[in-house]
Design a protein around this ligand. Structure first.
Ligand SMILES: Nc1ncnc2c1ncn2[C@@H]1O[C@H](COP(=O)(O)OP(=O)(O)OP(=O)(O)O)[C@@H](O)[C@H]1O
Ligand SMILES: [Mg+2]
Length: 301
């Protein structure tokens, strides 16, 4: 989301949302929705559709293209607005706040609720669909699989993983999910990549992360994108976030992903804190995490 859709939200009337929902509905059948079908899909009169469509075009919530017919489809901001509206209606969020992080595959914002929370819009497929499809195990169920589908799938998967892991594993508490977005506890901490640990903190922090990965594995998940960018460190400990690509522990490549996670983590610590991290045989460590027994590895004491 290049701009703050919160201000756009305030300008929209219920009929504008009807139009947007109508376009969304039509996109289940074809990427470009025939404009003639919009009165039916959005339950608005043709005159109302004209009016609402031009408002939504002006606000860059939808776009238009003439193919054999005049087609309309949602733009990213239109999809964001629909998800926000749903969260607002459900009472999940009351206000929209500052950006917390803008990644290449997501936009994360602070939102107001009974307390501050984090709202993550997934963007997978919007920028680099091919790469995502190769790396992450999404299957193309539809011919014209659009980014809406990919991003929604990612949000669903992330929410599902958080629900399965919280509170046994230190992950943000999941609050709500809709379309390509999820709302979760806002974590007050610093990304591991941006911390400089004291020498005596290095092993305990590494151990804490491994303990969480072990618990996650016990509960059936491998993170599969473990890095210094997906761990928050605070006074209270560590929190592992960013779970959309998590794979089930019984997945045929689960061990491979687990190995990569452990290797990434150790590699980072070794580079940043040379000599402070024990040399451990990777396969031994992976086996230890898998069996929930890494704490017995003498080297980590
Ligand atoms: N629950 C949260 N509380 C506070 N900040 C968060 C939360 N979740 C994510 N963020 C912030 O948003 C950023 C992006 O989140 P996340 O890593 O989940 O998405 P991403 O698409 O993987 O980003 P990237 O691809 O750049 O790693 C994080 O680096 C973090 O700064
Ligand atoms: Mg991340």
């Amino acid at each position: 989301m290049a701009r703050n859709v919160a201000s756009v939200m305030q300008e929209l009337a219920p009929e504008d949302f009807h139009l947007l929902s109508g376009v969304e509905h039509g996109m289940r059948f074809s990427e470009w929705v025939n404009r003639e079908k919009l009165p039916q899909f959005s339950r608005l009169t043709p005159e109302e559709v004209d009016f609402r469509l031009s408002r939504c075009l002006d606000r860059k919530l939808v776009e238009r293209k003439t193919i054999q017919y005049e087609g309309v489809r949602l733009r990213m901001d239109g999809y964001d607005v629909l998800a926000l509206r749903t969260f607002a209606e459900r009472g999940t969020i009351e206000g929209f706040g500052v950006p917390l992080g803008v990644g290449k595959e997501s936009d994360v914002y602070e939102v107001q609720s009974y307390r501050p929370m984090a709202l993550k819009f997934h963007r997978e497929g919007y920028t680099n669909f091919r790469e995502v499809r190769r790396e992450r195990d999404y299957t193309a169920e539809k011919e014209h699989l659009s980014w809406f589908y990919t991003a929604r799938k990612a949000a669903e998967r992330e929410y599902e993983a958080l629900e399965a892991l919280y509170p046994d594993v230190s992950v943000p508490r999941p609050e709500d999910q809709n379309r390509h977005a999820l709302v979760m506890e806002k974590i007050d901490g610093v990304e591991l990549s941006r911390t400089r640990l004291k020498p005596e903190q290095v092993r305990p922090i590494l151990k804490m992360i491994l303990r969480e990965l072990t618990r996650a594995y016990e509960l059936g998940y491998v993170h599969a994108d473990m890095s210094q960018y997906n761990v928050f460190v605070s006074e209270e400990g560590i929190t592992i976030f960013d779970w959309p690509q998590a794979v089930p522990a019984d997945h045929e490549n689960a061990e491979e992903f687990l190995g990569r996670d452990v290797r990434n983590l150790f590699g980072y610590f070794e580079r940043k804190y040379p000599g402070k991290v024990p040399e451990i045989d990777e396969s031994e460590l992976v086996a230890a995490v898998r069996e929930g027994s890494f704490e017995h590895l003498a080297e980590l004491e």
